[in-house]
Design a protein around this ligand. Structure first.
Ligand code: PLP
Length: 397
């Protein structure tokens, strides 16, 4: 018999808070009732706050982030349209693949995995090619633990005086690290319920600018399930084109309440604090992150490069089997070379210390030369200072 809790440190799905789980334990209700909008309309409004937009339109589709990639593309673009993308990890790779499958002409900039979206190279391409219809950016590349500078990409578009749409994958960033839909001039942002929103998987969420909404009128890619027109008609009263996952809306209501009770900016600050502790731990082990430099470090996931001769997959397997801790695996070309600690969503300092403690044991068992307790001690030192400073700030407010 196994006692106590298991520990989830994959970068999504993330831990679902008890309040959110309880909120979903409700009877089924009539999704066509005249008052269904009392549940859903405030959720649409609050999601806009999470995206930091007053002008965007939010869609919620039963599905996941991948479905919203498809929704984004098919509603705004036409077969053969030229789009510009950087590939610097498995998720940006999959987005390229989807765009190609859907019949777009993708101009791919291949970047070393561990680097971010190259705003300077985007600027060059944009200056040279006025026909590009959209630029795609993976804000937080979950495979490598790299956060890209979306504002810099907007800067590249503006510097080239280019009117391409700016698409952003915010699946592992929205609700965790600052995301400024309006300020960054984003046209389309995709996310899912199962990461920063602390929910089970099942909702794909999209925020769309007026310009991107307008683009649907001339876009010619076929679309059906993810058609915005159908959703726009029914969403106006808080209803849906097809059967919506009502329980998930109840959960999302509770999750948004938790986020706003903490305060969105405080949520971002907590992610920074927790991530910094994890990184201090990793560096105390003498190991490095896949993200090449500090400016790229993700506050939601750390991809840790294991020492030569150690198999990261074994570290993950041992963590899971012996210590009941799930770490994220190295995806595609990073398989065996990195393991990932997801530090996003419903987490606190001591949970992150548990992740580091468990990782230390798994690393040592897998043959890494590591001083047990070294990463934990480094993170503890940081968390003590950081929580004391945080408490002082709260007292002063
Ligand atoms: N984009 C990023 C950055 C992701 O991390 C993921 C999933 O982990 C996806 C897209 C795909 O999202 P989903 O699994 O919700 O379809």
């Amino acid at each position: 018999m196994r006692t106590g809790q298991t520990h989830l440190f994959i970068p999504g799905p993330t831990n679902v808070p008890e309040k959110v789980r309880q909120a979903m334990n409700v009877p089924m209700q009539d999704m066509r009732a005249h008052d269904f909008g009392a549940l859903t309309l405030p959720i649409f409004a609050d999601l806009k706050r999470v995206f930091d937009t007053t002008t965007g339109t939010v869609f919620m589709f039963p599905g996941s982030g991948t479905g919203c990639w498809e929704s984004a593309i098919t509603n705004t673009l036409s077969p053969g349209d030229r789009v510009l993308m950087a590939r610097h990890g498995q998720f940006s790779h999959l987005w390229v693949e989807m765009a190609e499958r859907l019949g777009l002409a993708v101009d791919v900039i291949d970047v070393d995995w561990g680097h971010g979206a190259p705003a300077d190279l985007f600027a060059e391409k944009l200056k040279a090619d006025p026909a590009i219809r959209a630029v795609f950016v993976t804000h937080n590349e979950t495979a490598t633990g790299v956060t890209s500078d979306v504002a810099a990409v907007r800067g590249a578009l503006d510097a080239a005086n280019h009117d391409a749409l700016l698409f952003v994958d915010g699946v592992s960033s929205v609700g965790c690290i600052p995301f400024r839909f309006d300020a960054w001039g984003v046209d389309l942002c995709v996310t899912g319920s199962q990461k920063g929103l602390m929910m089970p998987a099942g909702l794909g969420i999209l925020c769309v600018s007026e310009k991107a909404l307008e683009a649907r009128k001339t876009a010619r890619l076929p679309r059906a399930y993810f058609h915005w027109d159908d959703m726009l008609k029914t969403n106006a009263t808080g209803h849906f084109t097809y059967t919506p996952p009502t329980q998930l809306f109840h959960g999302l209501r509770a999750a948004l309440d938790l986020i706003f009770a903490e305060g969105l900016e405080a949520v971002f600050a907590r992610h920074r604090r927790l991530a910094t502790g994890v990184r201090r731990g990793v560096h105390a082990w003498g190991m490095t992150l896949c993200a090449r430099d500090e400016s790229l470090w993700s506050d939601t996931v750390s991809a840790i490069v294991v020492p030569e001769g150690v198999d990261a997959n074994q570290v993950i397997r041992i963590g899971y089997d012996r210590y009941r801790t799930s770490f994220g695996s190295g995806l595609a070309r990073l398989s065996g070379r990195v393991f990932r600690i997801g530090h996003l969503g419903d987490l606190n300092e001591v949970m992150c210390l548990a992740a580091l403690a468990s990782a230390e044991m798994a690393l040592a068992d897998a043959g890494a030369r590591i001083e047990l307790g070294s990463g934990v001690a480094a993170a503890q030192a940081w968390y003590r200072d950081a929580t004391a400073a945080h408490a002082l700030r709260l007292a002063a407010e």
